[in-house]
Structure formats: C-alpha cells, structure tokens
Design a protein around this ligand. Structure first.
Ligand code: AMP
Ligand code: GLY
Length: 329
C-alpha cells in the first residue's frame, strides 16, 4: 500500500507531524494545507486555508487522500471533520461536537463539573454587568477567560480589580476576540507547575504520552510575556506513576466518558493542560489537538509508526502496545 496523507495546519506542529508521517513505509505522498517553509522541504504545500471546508474536501477527493490529519483545531470547529466523514473520507481529529471541549470553555468547565474532574472553581457569565458585580466581591488574583477560541490569548490573570475590569471590557464590550467573548469564565487562580498531557483517543480508549512541560515566557530565565510556547521538555522525571494514574483515571477517562454521554465521542489528541502542586492536580483547560511545540518534541520521542497509530484511532481500535517511545528525553 502507498498512502497519500493530508495534514491540515501551518505551524511547527504540522511540520513535525509531516516529518514523522514521512518515515512510515506505508506513506508515499504527504500534502500540508497550507503548510509553511519547513513543510515545503519534506512535503507538498497546498494553498488552502484550514477552515476552507469545501476547498479541503475537493482537494482530498481529487487527490485520493487516504488519511487526513487535523493539526489546527480551528479546522475541527469549522466542520472539516464532519464534512470528510459525511463524504466517507478517513480523518483524524475531533468533529464539531467533540471539539467543544476546547472551543467552549463554558462547555468544558461544565463537563468537568458534571464528571467531577478536578479543576479550578469557577463561574460563567454572559452579562457584563453580572461579571463586574461578581468581580467586585472577589479576592484576587482571579483568572478571566473568553469562552471561545482565542489562539491561547483569551486568558487574563488579574492581580487586582482594575485589571479584571479592563479584561471584561476588552473581552465582552470591545470584543477583541469577537464572538469568543460572548461568554466568560472567571475562575480561581491555581499555583504550581504546568504540565501538558497528550492522550490519543479512538472514541472509546486513550493512550497517554509521556508528560511534558511547555515553557511559555518569551525571554530566557522565565521572563517576559507568555507566548504559545517557546520550548518543551519531555518526559518529566518528577511526575510520579501515581500522578499518571490519577491523570488517566480522574481526568482523561471521565472526560472521554462525559463526551460520549453528550453524543460527542472524541477521536483525536486530547490535551489537558494541568496544574500540579504537590499531590494536588487540577485541569487548567482542555485542548483538542496536539500541542505546539509539544508535537515537535513528541514526534522525536515516538518510536512507532505514526501513520499506523492514527489509522487505528480512526478505526476505533487503538492498542496501547502499538504506541512505543524511544528512551531518553
Ligand atoms: P488556558 O488557555 O486556559 O490554558 O490558559 C492559558 C494559560 O493561562 C495557562 O497555560 C496558564 O498559564 C494560565 N492559566 C489559565 N488558567 C489558570 C488558573 N486557573 N490559574 C493560574 N493560571 C492559569
Ligand atoms: N503549547 C501550548 C499549546 O499548544 O496550546
């Protein structure tokens, strides 16, 4: 078999996914839409935007794509997975219903609450007035989040009321994140070490990757404003086996179960961002995709054939024994 694969997205993450897929003996051709300078060297870039559902579908049909891999979550939210599945095409990534776990923080917090997944205590608001009234009676810091997708920029850690009021004004009144700010989540500030977890899911089962840590601040020495991530370390030697068991049983499993109960079974990479403070583990957020730059590091560590693993996920029979890692870091 000589498979053609289409990767959707244009970041370092998609370069890493394409790089790993290119090592599969089963893959003969890789396209990346829209791709970047890195993917150009190892695959064929196609100038189709990642939310252009019709354009992507037409391309996949015309080029007889055997597997499409979603890198960018916005593609899932735009309905790419639903359209491909309706057309009988194989695609790895969550559909519109399942991507809600990332695309709506209100949905995700409520699901965690229902399934008793540990997370920061929170309130949700759709009214500016009610949000401000609540904040005026809070102790600080408080964390204010636009509910929708905001490319990781929709979170403000407010040390005091004026900052919180400005955040509400930006998100809900000025609409700097457009409709992503129609609702906000205001939550308790958590301290500790942030950890990234990736769980490959086939709709029912999950296989956890080694844990990793994303370093977000722009300058050396942990200084400067947060970015989407400047670098990642994996695996984390200080995360214990009992921490991992807890993450699998109290975070990943109940979340997948909750999504299934809401008719939103999850196929793809479920990526909870966690705060670990000693024995205390809480979810900061869920992402419905590989992290960037986490994917760059994980693709170097992964020993198994990524193409075969992703095919198993799309067919609903992912086997943990299939996912093997190189030793080292
Ligand atoms: P999110 O998009 O929800 O992951 O938030 C982006 C970043 O904001 C996280 O990676 C954390 O660094 C920080 N953050 C989010 N929620 C909290 C919280 N409840 N307490 C402390 N920091 C947080
Ligand atoms: N590295 C953080 C993210 O992918 O959201």
């Amino acid at each position: 078999m000589a498979a053609s694969v289409l990767v959707i997205g244009g970041g370092g993450r998609e370069h890493a996914l394409a790089w790993k897929l290119a090592q599969s003996t089963k893959v003969s051709k890789i396209y990346v839409a829209p791709g970047n300078g890195g993917t150009e060297q190892i695959a064929t870039n196609v100038p189709i935007g990642f939310t252009d559902v019709d354009g992507l579908l037409k391309f996949a049909k015309e080029n007889k794509i055997d597997l499409t891999v979603i890198g960018q979550e916005a593609a899932s939210e735009a309905g790419v997975v639903n359209a491909f599945q309706d057309a009988g095409l194989r695609i790895f990534g969550p559909d519109k219903a399942a991507v809600q776990i990332e695309a709506s923080k209100v949905f995700s917090k409520d699901l965690m609450n229902e399934k008793r997944v540990p997370t920061a205590s929170y309130k949700t608001f759709t009214s500016t007035k009610a949000a401000l009234e609540y904040l005026r009676n809070c102790s600080f810091p408080q964390v204010i989040k636009a509910s929708g997708l905001a490319e990781g920029k929709g979170v403000v850690i407010a040390e005091a009321l004026p900052e919180a009021e400005k955040a509400i004004d930006d998100i809900m009144v000025k609409k700097v994140f457009k409709d992503a700010g129609n609702s906000v989540v205001i939550e308790e500030f958590l301290k500790g070490q942030e950890v990234s977890v990736h769980a490959l899911c086939d709709g029912k089962n999950a296989v956890l990757f080694p844990t990793s840590q994303d370093h977000k601040q722009v300058f050396d020495g942990g200084k400067g404003p947060n970015t989407g991530g400047m670098g990642v370390v994996a695996p984390l030697p200080w995360v214990t086996d009992s921490n991992l068991k807890f993450i699998e049983n109290q975070v990943v499993k109940p979340t997948l179960e909750g999504l299934k109960q809401k008719n939103a079974p999850f196929t793809g990479c479920l990526y909870p961002g966690l705060m670990i403070d000693g024995a205390d583990i809480k979810v900061l957020e869920f992402n419905a995709r590989f992290g960037d730059p986490e994917a760059e590091v994980y693709m170097r560590l992964l020993k198994s054939d990524l193409y075969e693993i992703l095919i198993s996920c799309t067919e609903g029979h992912l086997n943990p024994a299939e996912v093997k890692w190189h030793p080292g870091a």
